[in-house]
Design a protein around this ligand. Structure first.
Ligand SMILES: [Zn+2]
Length: 175
C-alpha cells in the first residue's frame, strides 16, 4: 500500500485513512530539539480535513503540538464546523495520545470527537474526547459564569450583587 503524499487533499475519512495521513504528515514536523515527530489530521462533520505537525522552538516552552496546528489550519481556512475525528501519530510503536492542553483544544471544536492515537506503526487507540477529558471546562460553563458575573462598574456591582448561581454540590466520592 502506497501513501499518496503528493495528493494532500485526497479524502479518506475512514479511521484508517486518517491514521495513514497522520503518519505521513508526521514527516513534516519541525522537531530539531526533541527529535519526536508528530502528525495530526482533523476531520470536520462535512468531511473536510486539515493537517498539522508539532512545531518546536529553541526556547522549548513555545513548542506547539500537531493537534493544535491542525486546528489552527482549520480556523485559518475559515472552517467553523464541528470536528468529528482527530488522528494523531507520533514516532515509535506506542499510541501518541494528546497532551492535556490538546485535549482541551480538541474539545473546543469537537466536544464529541473521536481521537485515533497511534505511533509510526502499531496499534490505534480510539476514544471519544469526553473520555480523554472528563468533566471538561466548556463554553456553556463559561457563559453561565458570565451571566452571574457582576456588572463592570463598582456602583452596579454594589447594588446588584451577583446571584449565587452556579454553586454546586461537591461530590464526595468514596476513597
Ligand atoms: Zn499537545
Amino acid at each position: 500500500m502506497t501513501d499518496t503524499a503528493d495528493e494532500p487533499r485526497e479524502q479518506d475519512a475512514s479511521p484508517e485513512g486518517l491514521v495513514r495521513r497522520a503518519r505521513t504528515v508526521r514527516a513534516r514536523a519541525y522537531a530539531p530539539y526533541s527529535g519526536f515527530h508528530v502528525g495530526a489530521v482533523v476531520l470536520t462533520v462535512s468531511g473536510a480535513t486539515f493537517e498539522g505537525v508539532n512545531v518546536e522552538n529553541v526556547s522549548y516552552r513555545l513548542t506547539t503540538c500537531a493537534e493544535q496546528t491542525a486546528l489552527a489550519a482549520m480556523c485559518a481556512a475559515g472552517a467553523r464546523e464541528e470536528v468529528v475525528a482527530v488522528a494523531v501519530a507520533g514516532d515509535g510503536d506506542a499510541p501518541c495520545t494528546p497532551c492535556g492542553a490538546c485535549r482541551q483544544t480538541i474539545a473546543e471544536f469537537g466536544p464529541r470527537a473521536v481521537v485515533h492515537a497511534t505511533g509510526a506503526r502499531g496499534p490505534v487507540h480510539s476514544h471519544r474526547i469526553d473520555v480523554l477529558l472528563p468533566d471538561a471546562f466548556t463554553p456553556a460553563r463559561l457563559a453561565a459564569g458570565a451571566q452571574a458575573a457582576p456588572a463592570p462598574t463598582a456602583a452596579a456591582s454594589l447594588d446588584d450583587p451577583p446571584a449565587a448561581a452556579g454553586t454546586e454540590e461537591v461530590p464526595r466520592g468514596g476513597a
